[in-house]
Design a protein around this ligand. Structure first.
Ligand code: ZN
Length: 255
């Protein structure tokens, strides 16, 4: 590594940034999955409730049908009794009264038969609804199981990766003075993408994309001064640092 202490510090800061970004990525991965899982659990709960309600409605309709069937039987029995009584009436008035009762009972039977047909239609509709809802429940259930597994795997995988990164971050931090390290941490906290150290993208700051004066560019290439972007305050480094750090990390990993 270079002998100049500032160059070494810039290298260490870049290393720290790359490691911290990897850690951020892990947290982002974990961050969205638990939410997705709980969203799916909510969806599933809603669907299960809907399914249970439809099932209840079907049960209610079936018991309504049974009630109507009992009514038909009851009125059927009435009619039979009235017809028997009609055989033994003493006068026309009595006969007429029974005829009216029979007519009423027949109407009741017709009404109930119509109701039963309507209830059966409603049951058919509910059954369709139930089939669709059950399919949705199954889909959501499968999706949930997959997400849960995914989350478990990620947590399991990233646990080790996280531990490894935290160790490396501690190691990298040792090479940086406290004052500069605090500055770095402060900038990182203020940046939504967590980037405190950036290289330049052609002639612009890699963080805020404001133009970097040519003189600063030359200084960055010299690697002997800690330079902050005048616009966003991030630490600017020669892009070569990032390449070096990435190569260093990949050779370490394969070793
Ligand atoms: Zn900037």
């Amino acid at each position: 590594m270079e002998n100049n202490p500032v160059t070494e510090r810039l290298h260490a800061l870049t290393m720290l940034q790359v490691l911290d970004s990897k850690l951020d990525e892990i947290h982002r991965l974990r961050g969205s999955l638990p939410e997705e899982v709980s969203d799916l659990e909510d969806d599933l709960e809603g669907l299960e409730t809907r399914k249970a309600r439809v099932e209840e409605e079907i049960q209610q309709l079936k018991s309504d049908i049974n009630e109507r069937k009992a009514k038909i039987e009851e009125f059927g029995a009435h009619i039979k009794r009235y017809e028997e009584q009609q055989m033994n009436v003493k006068n026309n008035r009595e006969y007429e009264a029974l005829r009216k009762e029979i007519e009423y009972a027949n109407l009741e039977i017709l009404t109930s038969e119509k109701k039963i047909r309507q209830f059966n239609e409603q049951i058919e509709q509910r059954q369709d609804q139930l089939t669709r809802t059950t399919a949705l429940v199954d889909d959501k259930h499968n999706e949930l199981e997959e997400k849960k597994k995914e989350l478990e795997v990620i947590i399991e995988d990233t646990k080790q990766e996280e531990k490894r990164l935290l160790e490396k971050i501690e190691e990298a931090s040792k090479g940086i003075e406290g004052r500069i390290l605090n500055g770095y941490r402060k900038i990182r906290l203020n940046m939504r993408n967590g980037l405190a150290v950036v290289s330049t993208d052609r002639t612009a700051c890699g963080g805020c994309f404001s133009v970097i004066p040519p003189q600063i560019h030359i200084e960055l290439k010299r690697r002997t001064r800690l330079i902050h972007c005048e616009n966003c305050g991030r630490i600017l480094v020669d892009e070569g640092f990032f390449d070096e750090v990435k190569e260093e990390l990949s050779t370490k990993e394969s070793a």
